[in-house]
Ligand binder design. Structure first.
Ligand SMILES: Cc1cc2nc3c(=O)[nH]c(=O)nc-3n(C[C@H](O)[C@H](O)[C@H](O)COP(=O)(O)OP(=O)(O)OC[C@H]3O[C@@H](n4cnc5c(N)ncnc54)[C@H](O)[C@@H]3O)c2cc1C
Length: 529
């Protein structure tokens, strides 16, 4: 039976379109409140803009500069919540802001900004800001070893190496509360009755099946695809969001600390972040039109980033860029330059954005996703007449943060593979390890360079909605973010996936080929004039 046929005959309380971090967060919240939930994603969960982010959980110094204090406060509060409910995925990270003699940015202004940042996160568990004298700064971070260093401001935010897994753990938890989650399934039109949404028509992109599924409320959480999806669902033209593209370059390590730098080109705030033994540098913020799925880093984007950080890393050249990432922000439409538009979200019930029965979720950051999901689910409950059910997502740990063993686990003495699995899966690592113990072949690494093992592939297919090779390499593991983007492991992973999913040799070869093409897209800037 096809995946959609299995849904026929069901009426859902809410159908959520879009499986980015926001849609997945809503699915979890709504399912935990006892609603019958369907979430559909046209690609893979977390594979849209969520996968293209800088991967930091932050209030945002940039938004402080714009005096968006409400947004900064909300995100600083949520940063603390995420550190609490998903400590295996969201981890504290100290940022250094160096000041050099000829800098245009005033260190006094930045120090005042950090004092305000601390004040706005008065309830935080993270350490407060500190100031490092030049000699201290040079010792702490060799990349700052310059005679013109005037001092370094240091402050804490948090990092999330896999926002894709954060989205996924929300889906897994939603599933644990009886939600139905289907990836590679696109919402193609709205079903209406008396001018009100009464369901969605879906197309399974893996086998071209289609079905109309009744739902009492429909949520459009499609991020940068919002206007396109609204048009497809309702045939109305929509201009609710403004899209801006952001890219990163990924290179061999040039710093051992996360740095905040000010672009030499236009003064914008940039990040250089150590991740998985490499350095990510970004980002850009330029208006974008077209299908967000086609966003990629051009040579011009790469040149801008390199020129922006040229003072900090004078030896860095285009040849040193291993690959790029690119994604599209969905900002609630207002005027002004792309960088100056607020990242605050907006939730609209029905008109004027969509017909009654549709809840539109616009804008927002990964950092605030849980609060956005809570607000959106409150709106769903009001529509359903179940407003007495309140959210429990701020207090309930995500699946990998739950203690499955009834007591604290000793993490001393873990070997490299076990530590790596705990970093990725939290306490669910035990399930992966149990698989590896059941079959010695699954304990074998997928490639000589990385600790990932075969059991992860099997586990992803059986328990984590993993259907394509790129799902595993890019979104279930961190292999896709390594120097070779997981190419070395691709064949072994495809072989194991193929055996689980019944692929022919031709299917397996096609998956590997498609993944190689994905990788080539991240390096296309090299071939542009
Ligand atoms: C360069 C860059 C850096 C960023 N850095 C950070 C950061 O460090 N920290 C932070 O907090 N935020 C950051 N952000 C913002 C953050 O990434 C986004 O706000 C967030 O990921 C948006 O999530 P979403 O769920 O709304 O959208 P998405 O993740 O894009 O999800 C929307 C989903 O809808 C799906 N979809 C589209 N059409 C359909 C359809 N018809 N049917 C079914 N599904 C459909 C898409 O495939 C997509 O997966 C950054 C953004 C960018 C671009």
């Amino acid at each position: 039976m096809g995946r959609l046929a299995g849904l026929q005959g069901e009426t859902f309380d809410v159908a959520i379109i879009g499986g980015g971090i926001v849609g997945c967060g809503i699915a979890r919240d709504a399912a935990m409140r006892g609603l019958r939930v369907l979430i559909v994603e046209r690609g893979d969960f977390g594979g849209g803009t969520t996968s293209a982010s800088t991967r930091i959980i932050h209030g945002g110094l940039r938004y402080l500069e714009m005096l968006d204090l409400r947004l900064v406060r909300l995100d600083l509060r949520e940063r603390e919540t995420l550190l609490r409910i998903s400590p295996h995925l969201v981890k504290p990270l100290e940022f250094l802001i160096p000041f050099f003699r000829r800098d245009r940015t005033s260190s006094l202004k930045m120090r005042a900004g950090l004092a305000l940042y601390d004040a706005l996160s008065y309830d935080k568990a993270l350490p407060s800001r500190r100031w490092l004298a030049p000699e201290q700064g040079r010792t702490v971070e060799p990349a700052l070893n310059r005679p013109d260093l005037r001092g370094v401001a240091a402050y804490h935010d948090a990092r999330i190496d896999s926002p894709e897994r954060l989205a996924l753990e929300n889906v897994i938890d939603a599933g644990g509360h009886h939600a139905t989650a289907v990836n590679y399934c696109e919402a193609v039109s709205l079903v209406t009755a008396d001018g009100r949404a009464s369901g969605v028509r879906l197309r399974d992109r893996l086998n071209d099946d289609a079905a109309s599924i009744p739902a009492k409320v429909v949520v459009n959480a499609t991020g940068a695809w919002f206007d396109r999806v609204t048009h497809a669902l309702t045939a109305r033209s929509s201009a609710a969001i403004r899209m801006t593209k952001g890219i990163h370059i990924v290179c061999q390590p040039v710093t051992s600390h996360a740095l905040v730098l000010f672009s030499k080109v236009d003064g914008r705030l940039m990040f250089a972040i150590p991740r998985g033994g490499l350095t990510w540098i970004g980002t850009t913020d330029t208006d974008f039109t077209g299908d967000p799925a086609d966003a990629r880093a051009t040579r011009q984007d790469v040149q801008y980033v390199l020129a922006s950080v040229g003072d900090a890393f004078p030896a860095l050249r285009q040849e040193d860029v291993l690959y790029t990432t690119a994604g599209v922000r969905a900002l609630v439409r207002r005027g002004g330059s792309a960088s100056s538009v607020s990242r605050m979200h907006r939730i609209v019930l029905g008109e004027p954005v969509a017909p009654a029965g549709v809840i539109s979720v616009l804008g927002g950051k990964i950092t605030g996703y849980r609060a956005i999901a809570e607000e959106a689910t409150d709106a769903v409950c009001r529509q359903l007449g179940t407003a007495d059910r309140s959210s429990r997502t701020a207090e309930t740990p995500l699946p990998g943060a739950r203690d499955q063993f009834g007591g604290p686990r000793e993490d001393d003495g873990r070997d490299g593979v076990t530590s790596h699995l705990y970093d990725l899966y939290g306490t669910r690592a035990e399930d992966v390890l149990a698989l590896a113990r059941s079959d010695a072949r699954l304990a074998t690494p997928l490639s000589a360079a990385y600790p990932d093992i075969g059991a992860q592939v099997i586990y992803s297919v059986r328990h984590e909605h993993c259907l394509q090779l790129s799902d595993f390499l890019r979104r279930r593991s961190l292999l896709g973010a390594s120097a070779d983007q997981g190419l070395d492991a691709a064949q072994a992973a495809a072989h194991l996936m193929g055996a689980e999913l019944g692929w022919t040799n031709t299917d397996t070869a096609a998956q590997v080929e498609r993944y190689k093409q994905d990788v080539a897209t991240t390096q296309m800037f090299r071939h542009e004039p």
